[in-house]
Design a protein around this ligand. Structure first.
Ligand code: SF4
Length: 368
């Protein structure tokens, strides 16, 4: 039976609209139109009311798309809809693009208790931004960060993309220095992935190869660590104690609600994914795909997810949960990874090093 203690207390909400579509993007998104957004918010409220049966939510993350592409009235409708779930909130994040986070929207964020903003910076070089069809400049980013702080929202994440065309290591270093000048609490750097059906794919732009990605992450890691940021997950750095609480729910293999077009969630022993058809979603025909997670699957998720962070995998907990002594079962493999500097085996925790984080897929396969 589902009790209050095993209800998810994390909530993800997807807003799929963007003012313009970026050349590399494969997220679930569509061009913003006022009338589409009106219909979407009605369907979203219905799903929220029906699915989320816990009002004591600890972390909320509104992502997209671009949540800030909604007009002011719709933006307030969204925040008001979420308000009943945010009374016990610890971390309430919204994703924003610099050009659409106006002062009036910042004031609404403050009013409704949003306490963390994740800004899609992608590059700090205006020419590169233009070449990938982003509509902001680095000055816009600086202005938004100042406006947020002036209005009492101090927990800020800045996102960058690694491996964009024509970005050299020197430019990447410049990016990180520019990011550091804004003193964010948290920095995310994702390696470019080129998906089918994107402009990048059509233009035959290639993804960075493994060696480039490794060197790029090294450049970033060295600079950020030098300035007090800790590399706590493959693509994420934070001032210690300011890691993303919401994303740690995913990496700790905990339960969460996912609401909105194409959103994923994990409730009880079911991982689900909502319909990705906008037409279906706004007609209240949200056909979800479901995966029933048995103990064996849970074991794999636990290994795959917990090895992503510097908090590591607790092998005693793992044994209690799955009756598998990971160290005994893979002694030679683990010892080799430790000797070669990919893993740390300390106080019953298995923790990836920087090198280990770069080859997690291989480690995961070797420990299965
Ligand atoms: S703004 Fe974000 S979600 Fe929208 S198209 Fe660009 S990368 Fe994709």
């Amino acid at each position: 039976m589902r009790t209050k203690t095993n209800l998810p207390n994390a909530l993800y909400i997807h807003i799929p609209f963007c003012e313009s579509l970026c050349d590399y993007c494969d997220f679930i998104k569509l061009q913003y139109f006022h009338s589409f957004a009106e219909k979407y918010l009605v369907a979203l409220k219905k799903e929220l009311d029906e699915r989320v049966n816990n009002k004591e939510i600890r972390t909320i993350y509104i992502g997209g798309g671009t949540p800030t592409s909604l007009d002011n009235k719709q933006f307030e409708t969204l925040l008001k809809m979420v308000e009943p779930y945010s009374e016990k909130i610890e971390e309430y994040t919204i994703e924003a693009n610099p050009e659409s986070l106006s002062l009036s929207k910042i004031k609404l964020l403050k009013k409704y208790g949003v306490n963390r903003v994740s800004i899609g910076v992608e590059s700090t070089n205006d020419q590169i931004l233009k070449s990938i069809n982003r509509k902001h400049t680095f000055s816009d980013v600086k202005k938004v960060v100042n406006d947020l702080r002036d209005n009492g929202i101090n927990n800020i994440n800045l996102d960058l993309i690694i491996g964009l065309p024509n970005v050299s290591f020197n430019m990447l270093e410049e990016d990180i220095k520019n990011i550091l000048s804004l003193k964010p609490n948290h920095v995310s750097c994702y390696s470019l992935t080129v998906h089918e059906h994107t402009v990048f794919y059509i233009n035959k732009i290639s993804e960075p190869d493994e060696e480039f990605a490794y060197q790029a992450y090294k450049v970033i890691d060295d600079l950020l660590e030098k300035h007090g940021y800790s590399h706590y997950e493959v693509s994420n750095w934070a001032i210690p104690g300011q890691e993303s609480k919401h994303n740690l729910v995913y990496w700790n293999n905990q339960r969460y609600y996912g609401i909105g077009l194409g959103a994923s969630g994990y409730i009880d022993n079911i991982r689900y994914k909502n319909s990705t058809s906008f037409k279906e979603y706004i007609s209240f025909k949200n056909e979800t795909e479901e995966e029933i997670v048995n103990l064996e699957d849970e074991k794999d998720y636990e290994l795959m997810l917990k090895l992503r962070t510097k908090f590591g995998l607790n092998m005693v907990e793992y044994k209690n949960k799955f009756d598998v002594d990971l160290y005994k079962a893979h002694k030679q493999v683990i010892d080799d990874y430790v000797t070669q500097g990919y893993l740390i085996n300390k106080n019953n925790y298995l923790i990836p090093t920087f090198k280990g984080m770069m080859i997690l897929d291989k480690i995961y396969l070797d420990l299965q």
